[in-house]
Each structure stands twice: as C-alpha cells, then as structure tokens.
Design a protein around this ligand. Structure first.
Ligand code: PEP
Length: 280
C-alpha cells in the first residue's frame, strides 16, 4: 500500500493544507491510456485481446483507455469484459444541435463510456480549447454522468519564465469555476506539462510531486480540504514502464495518463503492473 509521506507543505496565500503523517493514501491509483488519433476497430480488438491476459490478478488500480470516437462503442464492450473503463478524448458542451463534427456527452455515455478527457494540451494548442470551454465541457460531462479527466499543464516557455504556478492556478480556477464539492467529486485532474508530452522528456518525480502538491492545494482553496484530500491527480508526459515506479512513489501522484506507451498492450500492461515488477 502506498503511504503518504510526512509533508507540511509551504503554502502560498492564506490556505493551510497538511497531510497526516504516514497515514495510508485514501486514493485508489488510476492508469489511463490516451490513444489520440491512433487505432482502427481491428487495432482496437487486437489491443484488448492482448491486454486481457496481462490483467489477471490486477486489482490495485483503476484502468481507463481513451480510444478515438470511432472505436468507443467496441472498446467499451471489450473493456467491460475485462473489468476496465473507457473514456472519450473530448466532447462538445451542448446536448445536441447543429454542430457538425461534434459529439455530445450523452452520445459518449450512450457508447458505453464512463469518462472523458477534457482540456488536453493538444486540444488547447491545436483546436482552440480555452479554460472557459473546459468549464462548459466539465458541466456537460457531469450532467451526462461522465467522470471528467481534466488536463492542465504549462508549456516549456511558461516553466522557463517562472509561470508554472500561475498557469496551473489559472487553469484550475477558471476550469473548475463554480463547481460544488459534490460536483467536483467524480473529477480527476491530469497534470501534463506540455514539454513532457510525446517528447520522451519526463518530469522528474520531484518536479511532478511539486506540481501535484500545488494542484492539490489549489483544489483545497477552490473546492474544499476534503475534496483536495480525495482528488485523484494523474501525471502525464512520456510515462514509460521504466519511469512509472519513481513517479508513483510520490505522495501526491495518484496515477498516470499515458499516451505513446498506451498504444502497445505489453508496455501499457507493464505500466499497470509496476508494483509487481518492483516485488520481483
Ligand atoms: C498524452 O497524450 O496525454 C501523453 C501524456 O502522451 P505521452 O505519454 O506520449 O507523452
């Protein structure tokens, strides 16, 4: 079982967050895969056929796969057979209407999904996603019964310019604006520094921990201390079988959002089974 380390975090502003010393983490880990614009239906079937046998005896974490829209329904059927969940990668905030090319939260739920990514940096950088649209999408997802996985993170220029905390603060404040504690409870946050996505350049466990602790403090300020303690915060950015263990050892890191390494069933399974490889 992962234990929280003793940690009395220095706090900006007036909110004081502290962890109890060496109490068991109340948060169940999550390993999620984001397939981006990869995999046909045949590829999806082959992936699930290959992943299934790796999962026997795996009970220590929740597993989520986010395929492209075209594979959602089939993936949801196959995922159900092996006890894991499926997520969309994006959605439109309206329930229905004249929005050519868009997919609503209800349609995603209807396809058998339990989650949706929201605000991935590729959506922010390439498709005009804003903190305001992230907020609208979170509300739409919650209304449809989907658990949002909300992605935030700074660019390299922002990190080098000392803007990391300001960027995270803005993305959290505007993205989560107006949510009650109950509304927040199904939400997971994925901290994905843009400079680490698809670059092979992972954040060190220490850098990731610093950002995760800051995000948890932010949730405490914006929602409540209880919400912050329960919030599952995933790290994303070049997670691989050989770096997952160091990341997961961090007290505020509750799982991973995996892009490239989730495309191959063997490497995704090795990430899921990181605790077992440690024991061997
Ligand atoms: C992602 O797409 O969310 C991601 C983290 O990608 P990668 O693991 O390939 O860096």
């Amino acid at each position: 079982m992962r234990m929280m380390r003793t940690s009395f975090l220095a706090h900006s502003q007036d909110h004081h967050w502290r962890y109890s010393s060496l109490s068991p983490s109340p948060r169940r880990p999550v390993i999620a895969g984001n397939w981006k614009m990869y995999k046909t239906l045949a590829d999806t079937e082959a992936f699930f056929a290959a992943l299934g046998p790796h999962l026997s005896g795996v009970t220590q974490c929740d597993i989520v796969i986010a395929p492209p829209f075209t594979a959602l329904r089939r993936a949801a059927e196959l995922a159900n057979e092996i006890g894991i969940a499926v997520s969309a990668q994006d959605l439109h905030w309206e329930r229905e209407g004249a929005f050519t090319g868009a997919i609503s939260a209800g349609m995603i739920r209807d396809a058998g999904c339990r989650h949706t990514l929201i605000g991935h940096s590729e959506r922010r950088q390439l498709f005009g996603e804003t903190d305001e649209s992230v907020n609208k999408k979170i509300r739409a997802a919650l209304l449809a019964g989907l658990g949002p996985i909300v992605c935030i993170g700074e660019t390299l220029a922002e990190r080098e310019g000392g803007q990391t905390e300001a960027v995270l603060e803005r993305q959290l404040t505007q993205g989560l604006s107006g949510l009650t504690e109950d509304e927040f409870s199904p939400i997971m946050i994925a901290y994905e520094p843009v400079w680490a996505i698809g670059t092979g350049r992972t954040a060190t466990p220490e850098i990731a921990q610093q950002a995760h602790a800051y995000i948890r403090q932010g949730i405490g300020r914006l929602v409540s201390d209880g919400a912050a303690e329960k919030a599952r915060i995933l790290y994303g950015g070049s997670v691989k079988p050989d770096n997952i263990r160091g990341l997961m050892a961090q007290p505020d890191l509750d799982g991973a959002l995996v892009g490239g390494a989730s495309l191959d069933a063997n490497s995704f399974a090795a990430i899921i089974r990181y605790e077992r490889s440690e024991a061997q």
